[in-house]
Design a protein around this ligand. Structure first.
Ligand code: SF4
Ligand code: MG
Length: 324
């Protein structure tokens, strides 16, 4: 395994108390594999990724338990210096909002080139040539001319391509993309997602794709981990999930994807809101919103039951869900 997260716990100290953002997450990604991490906002999917990237070890966020193994090394025991090297060269992150992640007063060429100057000791001139090469690679037209332009001179989709170019510049082993296409139009979304998937295959990288939208990952993910209230509630190969979900929450997410054959009909929405992380409901955290909830769900927290070798579900009634 390229990356293994074991029983990770993360808390946030707030004025009103301790928010339990991540409550025992275990997942893994292999080289050349894409793991989609799915959930509503506040489910802990981004926080888990930030812990992996090592950009969370500052208050108010605190890792209170677990291990993160990357290429066999336990990242949580590395010194900040070593951690920074791993973060810069071996793993990279792509965020939703390229405009706020890019420096507005530096040309995109300078920003892309900087990676090679800092991490590879290249001259400015060689770094500039590398920047043009990268822009070509993410299919930005007229890269030679546009390399001199500033982030605001690019469209949202083109800026996201620049972010992808930055992330893959040093050919990291792992890329984490947090809602990389959420801010884009649907057609542009598909193009950017395709590009990301293509580069991931070519470079044989591990990819963690964080999203709230089950609709965008069907064609690109190998596995899906569904998160709720800081836990993984279902984990399975992508095709199994689409065929038949083994958790009522996954079913709800599937039912809320807009479908062409249902145009005009009102879209299904899971009732209620995600829980307050300072007061996670006892038993199954999903029970106040679950259409299948029974008495036992209000008292007994479901473990991640083994549905089969490749699949787990944290629902007492996963069999009924799977066959219902
Ligand atoms: Fe619903 Fe109960 Fe399953 Fe939780 S354990 S998802 S409340 S049926
Ligand atoms: Mg998020």
């Amino acid at each position: 395994m390229l990356l293994e997260v074991h029983d990770l716990h993360v808390e946030f100290r707030t004025r009103d108390g301790i928010a339990k953002a991540v409550n025992g997450v275990t997942y893994g990604v292999d080289a050349g594999e894409t793991l989609a991490v799915l959930g509503e906002s506040g489910s802990g999917k981004s926080v888990t990724a930030q812990a992996v990237m090592g950009i969370l070890d500052i208050p108010p966020g605190r890792i209170t338990g677990g291990r993160i193994l990357f290429q066999g090394r336990d990242l949580l025991t590395l010194k900040e210096e070593e951690r920074r090297t791993v973060r810069g060269a071996e793993m990279a992150m792509i965020f939703q909002d390229a405009l706020s992640s890019l420096n507005p007063v530096l040309s995109v060429g300078d920003q892309l080139g900087e990676m090679f100057v800092v991490h590879r000791g290249m001259s400015r001139k060689d770094a500039r040539a590398k920047a043009v090469e990268l822009m070509d690679r993410v299919r930005i037209p007229a890269a030679k001319e546009r390399v001199r332009q500033y982030p605001h001179q690019f469209s949202g989709g083109m800026r996201q391509r620049i972010m992808i170019a930055m992330a893959m510049a040093l050919e990291p082993a792992l890329i984490i993309a947090d809602e990389p296409t959420t801010a884009l139009d649907v057609t542009v979304q598909a193009q950017v997602m395709e590009l990301l998937a293509e580069l991931q295959r070519e470079l044989h990288m591990g990819l963690i794709l964080i999203t709230h939208d089950l609709g965008v990952v069907a064609d690109v993910a190998d596995r899906i981990a569904v998160m709720y209230a800081g836990r993984i509630v279902e984990s399975a190969p992508v095709h199994d999930i689409y065929k038949a979900p083994a958790h009522p929450y996954t079913r709800g997410l599937l039912d809320s994807i807009p479908r062409l054959d249902q145009k005009g009909q009102e879209l299904y929405a899971i009732k209620g809101l995600p829980p307050n992380l300072m007061h996670i409901p006892p038993g199954c955290a999903f029970h106040p919103r679950c259409p299948m909830a029974q008495d036992v769900c209000r008292t007994d927290e479901p473990p991640l039951y083994e549905v089969d070798e490749e699949r787990g579900s944290a629902c007492h009634f996963w069999r009924e869900c799977l066959h219902g």
